[in-house]
Design a protein around this ligand. Structure first.
Ligand SMILES: [Fe+2]
Length: 236
C-alpha cells in the first residue's frame, strides 16, 4: 500500500483549495482503504488509546458519543494529521490574511504543536465518533483555546447505505444580513473532507467579508456510523 504521505501528496490540492475558497469545504476523495477504515473504527473499543469520552446527550451536544485520542496518536492518525497539515498550512495563511486576522501558521504540524503548547494547548484533539440509530450531532465549532487552525478534516469510516442510513455531514453558513445556507454531504467510506473550522472569507464588492460556518451530523436512521475527525490545534 502506498504510504499515506504519498497518497496525500497525490491529491488534487488545487481543486480541494478552490472548493474550500468557493464553498467552505473541499472533498479530498477516497484516501483511506476499507481495511484502514475498519482498523480505525475498531480502535473505538480500546479505551486506553483515548484521553476522554464524551456522551453527547449529557452535554446536549446531540446524541451519540466520541473519544479524543491520547498521546501518542496511533501511527495512521498522526501521519494523517502531519501530512494534511503540511498541505493546508499555506492556504491557512492566505485564509487568515483574507479574513483580516494577523495570524500565521508554521509550515509543519510540529511547529504548530509548539505554538499551541506556548498558548497552554497541549491535549490532543483528533477524535473518533460513533453514531448509532437516533444519534446526531448539533451544529457546532471545534474551538479549544485561543489558537485555532482554520481548517479541519473529517473522514467517513463506515459505508453509507450499507453500514448506516441517514447521518449526512452538515455544514451551515451564517451570512451577514442574510439567512443561513446549508450543505449536506454523504461521506463515502475512506473519504475525507476539509472544512473551515470557524470563518470563511467571501469575496464581496469591497474586499472579503466573513461568514460563520458550523458543522454537525443529521440523525442516523439505522446502523452504525464511525468517523475520524482531525483537528489540528490542540486543546487547553
Ligand atoms: Fe466537530
Amino acid at each position: 500500500m502506498v504510504k499515506i504521505s504519498e497518497r496525500i501528496a497525490a491529491l488534487r490540492w488545487e481543486d480541494v483549495l478552490a472548493s474550500l475558497w468557493g464553498s467552505g469545504y473541499g472533498r479530498l476523495g477516497t484516501l483511506l482503504t476499507a481495511e484502514e477504515c475498519g482498523d480505525l473504527s475498531a480502535l473505538y473499543g480500546q479505551p486506553e488509546l483515548f484521553r476522554s469520552r464524551i456522551d453527547m446527550a449529557r452535554y446536549r451536544f446531540g446524541r451519540g458519543e466520541y473519544q479524543y485520542f491520547a498521546w501518542p496518536l496511533p501511527a495512521l492518525v498522526g501521519e494523517l494529521r502531519a501530512g494534511l497539515y503540511r498541505h493546508l498550512a499555506p492556504a491557512a495563511n492566505e485564509w487568515m490574511a483574507a479574513l483580516g486576522f494577523d495570524q500565521t501558521f508554521p509550515a509543519s504540524q510540529d511547529g504548530f504543536q509548539r505554538k499551541c503548547a506556548a498558548s497552554g494547548q497541549t491535549r490532543p484533539t483528533p477524535l473518533l465518533l460513533r453514531y448509532r440509530a437516533g444519534d446526531f450531532n448539533c451544529l457546532h465549532q471545534d474551538l479549544y483555546g485561543e489558537v485555532v487552525f482554520p481548517f479541519q478534516v473529517v473522514f467517513g469510516l463506515s459505508k453509507p447505505r450499507e453500514d448506516y442510513d441517514g447521518g449526512e455531514f452538515l455544514l451551515v453558513e451564517q451570512q451577514p444580513r442574510a439567512q443561513s445556507a446549508g450543505h449536506a454531504l454523504l461521506l463515502e467510506r475512506g473519504e475525507g473532507v476539509v472544512i473551515t473550522t470557524r470563518y470563511r472569507p467571501v469575496r464581496g464588492k469591497k474586499g472579503f467579508y466573513r461568514t460563520n460556518v458550523r458543522h454537525g451530523v443529521s440523525p442516523v436512521r439505522a446502523g452504525e456510523r464511525y468517523t475520524l475527525g482531525i483537528v489540528f490545534h490542540d486543546a487547553a
